[in-house]
Design a protein around this ligand. Sequence first.
Ligand SMILES: Cc1cc2nc3c(=O)[nH]c(=O)nc-3n(C[C@H](O)[C@H](O)[C@H](O)COP(=O)(O)O)c2cc1C
Length: 323
Amino acid sequence: MKTRITEMFGIEHPIIQGGMHYVGFAELAAAVSNAGGLGIITGLTQKTPEDLANEIARCKEMTDKPFGVNVTFLPVVNAPDYPGIIKVIIDGGVKVVETAGNNPSEYLPALKEAGVKVIHKCTAVRHALKAQKIGCDAVSVDGFECGGHPGEDDIPNMILLPRAADELEIPFVSSGGMADARSLVASLAMGAEGMNMGTRFLATKEAPVHENVKQAILQATELDTRLVMRPLRNTERVLNNPAVEKILATEKAKGKDLEFGDIAEEVAGVYPRVMMEGDVECGAWSCGMVAGLINDIPSCDELISRIMADAEAMIRQRLSGML
Ligand SMILES: Cc1cc2nc3c(=O)[nH]c(=O)nc-3n(C[C@H](O)[C@H](O)[C@H](O)COP(=O)(O)O)c2cc1C
C-alpha cells in the first residue's frame, strides 16, 4: 500500500506506533519498524538528553529501518531540556519526530534544516490547521476515543477525520481507537493516509512492559476507560481501577476548587510502577476504548502483517464485491 505517509517516512506500511510513556523504548520502536511500520521512541521517558541519545543508538543497533522520536510538550512542573532533546535527535540521525501536547514551532527550524520530518499529533481540526500553517509535514488526528490526552472537544473520529480531510492539504493519519484492518480501511475511506496506534501496540510481544499491563488490556472492554483531570483541562483517558475511582471521587467532591495536588498521588510518577513493576492498580495510566477490540498479544510483525493482509482482502473482496 502506497500513500503520502509511506512515501514521506520511507516505510512499507502506513502504520505508526504513537509515543507512549514508559512503553516506547528502543525494543518496541525497532520491532514496529522492522515489521514495516514506523516505530517511535518516547523522548521524555528518557531522563536526560544523553539517555535519549543512548536509546536512539540502541534502536539503531536493532533496526536499519526508519524510526522516530516522540517529543511531548505537556504542562509539567519542571520543563525538560527540550533544546537538548532536539539536538540529540538531530545528532542521532533520526529522520522523524512526532510532536504532541503543544505547538512545536520553536523547534521546527532546527528540525527542518536537519531534514527531519515532523508529524504533529492533535485533537482538533483548528490545531491541525495550525500545524500545517507553521510547517509540520503531516498530522496525526487523535479522536475522542484515544488512550492518553483527547483534548477537551470530545469529537470522535467518525466526525473528526472527515472534517480534517475537508480542511487539510498535508497528509494525516488517524489516531485513537485503531486496532485492525477495519480501522485502517475506514480511516483511508475518511481521508487519512495511514493510522497511528497506541493501546494496540501496548499489547504486543515486544512491548517492554510487565505482563500484568498486557493482561489488563486483554481483560478490559470498551466500557472500562474513564476520563480523569477534566476539571484541570488536562483530560486523560485511562483504564479504570480503584485509584482512578478515587481520583473521580476527589474531582467530584472538590468541584471547581480541584488542584493537581489533590490527585497527585494517583497520577504523578505512576508510570514506572505500572509499566515496569506491573502494579496496574497503583494509579491512572493511559488506555484507549480500543481495549475492547484487543483479544491477543501478537508480535508486532504478526499484528502489522495481519492488518495489511486483512485490509487488502477487505478492499479487493468485501468492498469491491459490493459494487
Ligand atoms: C500507555 C500510553 C502512554 C502514552 N504516552 C504518550 C506520550 O507520552 N506522549 C504522547 O504524545 N502520546 C502518548 N500516548 C498516546 C499515544 O501515542 C496515541 O496517540 C494513542 O494511544 C492513540 O489512541 P489508542 O490508544 O486508541 O490507539 C500514550 C498512550 C498510551 C496508551
